[in-house]
Design a protein around this ligand. Structure first.
Ligand code: BES
Ligand code: ZN
Length: 678
């Protein structure tokens, strides 16, 4: 082992490192003009090192490895004085680092040998302070463009299997597409990268940083596809989706004249499916060149929403600190996206090539590992399996946008202040709307329309992202009467125009329930799109009072009789309505709105049930809802109507106890609502 202490540094400070875990050697390191040296420091001092070097206008150190309290860094020898001064002044630590002759020696000093695998963070200070670029890019990416790239890659080439000629053709198509977006920008290059392990080339776009070009941010996806047993491999999700997602981010960056401070490289890798071949060569070449890659994002499978989550961050073969950074970026910029973590369990994609080369990589993924697209690696990995849309991938284009904006920073240099034109084409003024009504608009803009929102009484009722812009609006979600409808168009630069509004009349047949003295609960006798108990269920037992209590079919479940009205629990109203505004029928999704008086947000629970046959109910559990606050609250859940002409729902509003269709308790209220179904 060749571990050496940099004697001069120790002498300057006149004291001994607290982190001297490595065996010490006495020979001083020979002076050289300026070269890379390796140091180990206390992990807690990492921030100070970064700040001191940044403050002195010096390049950031590169993480070589990390194990718990000790971090190994590669720095320039000329930076050692700055670091030692800072260690002394800021970290109040004597000789707070050890210099090592080689990377191996520094890693060995961590005490674990091959310590890159234990790496948990990079010498990167993650900040979130570039909202203009983050929002500018994220708001401009469009589903339609991602969709058309996926369509191209998955249908124009029978296979993108790495040895096929069509794989190379597809790579050339991507190269040309990226080149077209780059136009004549002299700071952008697009090139094919050849490999030794495959005949297929990768495609690399480099946008050279304006301020810290040696720091590199990599975004990748893989170009190749595979299929078994047939040779047709559309690979729409795996991984045309990733390439298409990146392609849309590139389009918007070029449109808006994004100039990153650090260098950004987009990569469409060759031969991932046969062992991460392209990415391994590229990542190892960066490592061999000691390239300062500060972060890597891999997009492999972005367009199949197999789980309820929007974005799933894989925790294995990725960097925990960068994952935390990305999670934070989503919270800040994309608060509507839900996110969670999962793990591949193996080196499942190209991020692992970068992780293995010692760089911080992440992979935001389409679903939980247990729920990923089951059609990958087959002839059925087509866009049709994602409903022919790129809606899920669009979220990942936004995630990649905010990641680049905040890790590579920089500015947008092109702006367009001309707002779009927009006109509402349907409905027309004075129209009467019932059930589902189509809202349509025409919109145009020189830099493209990113979305059109349909506003009902000024609030967003629905959004369309592709022309022709239209939205199927359920008019029964609003009260009968006069309403104003308008369309608001957004261009790729965030300029907006709202059309003039039209006034329409909404007229839906809602049905008020009447008390059915035979079944002993409120009932809507004729089929409609909604059934509302009105005031029939207000209160509980003698409190309120709840007329006709207990209002459970055939008095099958009694209410608790303790407490007082609107101090203690009561289930006051039940309403069932179809989501699409049309009449109740088997297979339709309906929404239950239960209005309750909440006493406690911890002890009170609402259990909802339905039955296909109100005359002889078998209660099927729908869900339990915990009220979000006390007092009068309306809690909602959806379910699908079964077959049956007289159906019912039951609400069990209970204080403590557990889920059951009848829970005895002094404060519990049980109510049923019966309604006719086609
Ligand atoms: N996109 C997959 C990886 C994947 C599949 C991630 C399912 C998460 C869920 C990738 O293209 C792939 O197929 N990778 C190979 C491994 C590689 C080293 C050959 C695999 O999973 O078999
Ligand atoms: Zn694959």
């Amino acid at each position: 082992m060749n571990v050496k202490r940099l004697a001069s540094v120790v002498l300057v400070l006149g004291c001994v490192s607290a982190f001297a875990k490595a065996p010490e050697a006495s020979a001083p390191v020979a002076k050289a003009p300026d070269r890379d040296v390796y140091i180990t420091i206390g992990t807690d001092a990492l921030e100070h090192v970064n700040a001191a070097l940044a403050g002195a206008g010096l390049v950031a150190p590169t993480l070589a490895g990390q194990k718990g309290e000790v971090t190994a860094l590669r720095v320039r020898e000329s930076q050692l004085n700055t670091i030692s001064r800072m260690m002394h002044e800021k970290a109040h630590r004597c000789g707070g680092f050890i210099a090592h002759e080689s990377e191996e020696a520094a890693l060995a000093a961590l005490g674990g040998g091959d310590s890159v695998k234990g790496m948990t963070s990079l010498a990167v200070t993650y900040t979130t302070d570039n909202p203009t670029v983050a929002n500018g890019l994220a708001n401009a990416v469009q589903e339609t463009n991602i969709r058309s790239t996926i369509t191209q890659l998955s249908t124009a080439y029978a296979t993108r299997y790495h040895t096929s000629t069509t794989a190379a053709t597809a790579a050339n198509w991507v190269k040309t597409q990226w080149q077209t977006y780059a136009g004549s920008r002299s700071d952008v290059t697009v090139a094919l990268q050849t490999h030794t392990g495959t005949v297929m080339p990768s495609v690399v776009m480099t946008i050279t940083g304006t301020a810290q070009p040696s720091e590199i941010v990599v975004l990748g996806a893989h170009m190749d596809s595979t299929s078994s047993p047939t040779s047709n491999a559309p690979g729409a999700d795996d991984d045309a989706s990733g390439v298409a997602t990146l392609t849309e981010v590139i389009r918007v960056m070029m449109l808006q004249g994004y100039r990153p401070a650090k260098t950004v490289k987009f990569m469409a890798y060759a031969a991932e499916e046969v062992g991460l071949v392209g990415s391994k060569e590229i990542a190892n070449a960066h490592k061999a060149a000691a390239a300062n890659v500060i972060g890597v994002m891999q997009l492999d499978m972005t367009n199949y929403q197999g789980s309820s989550w929007d974005v799933v961050l894989m925790t294995d073969y990725t960097n925990a600190a960068q994952n935390t950074f990305i999670t934070g970026l989503m919270t800040t910029y994309l608060p509507t996206l839900t996110k969670t973590t999962s793990s591949c369990g193996y080196a499942c994609s190209d991020h692992a090539s970068w992780t293995n080369a010692g760089y911080a990589a992440s992979i935001p993924f389409e679903a939980l590992m247990s729920q990923y697209n089951p059609y990958i690696h087959t002839v059925n990995d087509t866009l049709a399996r994602s409903a022919g849309m790129a809606t899920h991938a669009l979220k990942f284009a936004k995630v990649a946008s905010v990641y680049v904006a905040e890790l590579a920073k920089g500015t947008l240099t092109v702006s367009d202040t001309t707002p779009p034109t927009v006109a509402l084409t349907a409905p027309t003024a004075g129209a009467t709307l019932t059930g589902t009504a189509t809202l349509s608009a025409n919109a145009s803009d020189a830099s493209g329309i990113s979305k059109v929102e349909f506003l009902v009484d000024g609030a967003v009722a629905g959004t369309a992202t592709a022309s022709p812009y239209s939205y199927a609006w359920n008019s029964s979600s609003t009260a009968n009467g006069s309403h104003s409808i308008a369309a608001k168009a957004y261009d790729a630069f965030g300029n907006t125009t709202t059309s003039s509004a039209v006034t329409v009349t909404v007229s839906n047949t809602t049905s008020g329930a009447g008390y059915d003295s035979a079944l002993k609960a409120p009932r809507c006798f004729s089929v409609s799109a909604s059934c509302d108990s009105g005031t029939l269920l207000n209160g509980r037992g003698g409190m309120g009072p709840e007329v006709n209590m207990p209002n459970t079919i055939n008095s099958s479940c009694a209410d608790g009789l303790s407490g007082s009205y609107h101090v203690d629990e009561s289930n006051d109203r039940l309403k069932v309505s179809t989501l699409d505004g049309t009449s109740f029928a088997a297979g339709k999704t309906v929404k239950i709105d239960a209005t309750v008086y909440v006493y406690s947000t911890t002890a009170d629970k609402l259990d909802l049930y339905y039955t296909a046959n109100a005359a002889s109910p078998t209660w099927t559990f729908i869900t339990t809802i915990t009220p979000p606050g006390t007092g009068i609250r309306t809690l909602s859940a959806n379910y699908t109507l079964p077959t049956g002409t007289v159906q019912a729902v039951r609400a069990v509003f209970r204080y403590n106890g557990s889920v059951a269709s009848c829970v005895s308790g002094s404060y519990n209220d049980h109510d049923d609502l019966i309604f006719a179904v086609q």
